[in-house]
Design a protein around this ligand. Sequence first.
Ligand code: NAP
Length: 350
Amino acid sequence: MKDRFVSGRELDEETYRHLLANRGRLPDPMRYRKGMTYRAAGRSGLRLPEVSLGLWQNFGSVDSFEIMRDTLYTAFDNGICHFDLANDYGPRSGSAEENFGRILKEGLAPYRDEMCISTKAGYPMWEGPYGDGGSKKYLTASLDQSLRRMGLDYVDIFYHHRPDPATPIEETCLALHGIVMQGKALYVGISNYSRAQTEAAIAVFRELKTPFVLNQVRYNLLDRHIEEDGLPAYAEREGFGLAVYSPLEQGLLTDRYANGVPADSRMHKTKTLKEDLLTPAMLQRLGRLREFAAGRGQTLSALALSWVLRQKAVATVIIGASSSAQVLENMQVDPNFTEEEVRAVEEILR
Ligand SMILES: NC(=O)c1ccc[n+]([C@@H]2O[C@H](COP(=O)([O-])OP(=O)(O)OC[C@H]3O[C@@H](n4cnc5c(N)ncnc54)[C@H](OP(=O)(O)O)[C@@H]3O)[C@@H](O)[C@H]2O)c1
């Protein structure tokens, strides 16, 4: 370490000593010179790496702390400075935030100003009427818990995780706005909102002048429902970004299942990716996509991410990863498709 300056400020003695003690674990000084591209989140000043890391799985209390720390450092070492969490990520719910907080505390905390950290509330988190939904009561209490688990004063983006028809949209939006006013989040987002639900939220955010920047949605080569809903074009017109989750269809759009179902894979270990997806027709389609990717000099996963990033409205793709090697492979994106390439992919998907 050349000097005591990190993220533009001088470190105090204690932090400096702590960092030196972890010398083997210092972030790579070349991290912003490794080719990562940063995109604006809609018409805002917030820029996100094209590839972000999500902590939904592989960062829970059941997972190896050494592997998750290694994966996260590899991401940060390569310009991935956006980390996506939620109150219930684990399992156990809350443990991904705790582990992330521990990684910060043990080494990365001095780099907080170089990170965009998001969390969410919206799915069941605790029992009783205030641990689920979209009420001001739930969102406010949940964010306070998340901040404590991560050891943070604020998050960069706080999302409502899913629409709640039982709560007036005005209340949910006002709660998010209030959280920004209190300084507990810098920007807000919504997640899994359809185009019509987004329109309703935007009407309130506009009135309040809330820094609403992102709708986080599921989108990939095999799930194009947001295109049918017209969300990408609507996002471009209205000036918010799309943060895309499960861009690899939880690993289906990679080489993970090219030769069966490995014992350490998500399909084997969890219930979120079902084995019955591996039909002969699906395997054949994946094989054709893999072949096409090779023609572009890419792996299937890099092709899948590039294809999502070709949409201008997409601010970032949020990948999951169970190893550093996966992170490195997933950085090899090239979203510039020729018309011929787009036609060829469409033909395979038909
Ligand atoms: N807003 C929401 O409702 C919502 C919902 C879901 C997710 N999310 C966010 O989106 C993030 C990503 O979701 P996701 O984990 O489903 O994303 P994904 O990128 O589609 O899937 C990640 C999984 O794919 C496999 N994988 C990734 N790269 C690979 C590679 N190069 N080669 C082989 N296998 C590879 C790994 O599976 P193995 O574990 O088998 O190695 C990894 O755990 C989450 O962490 C979360 O932050 C948000």
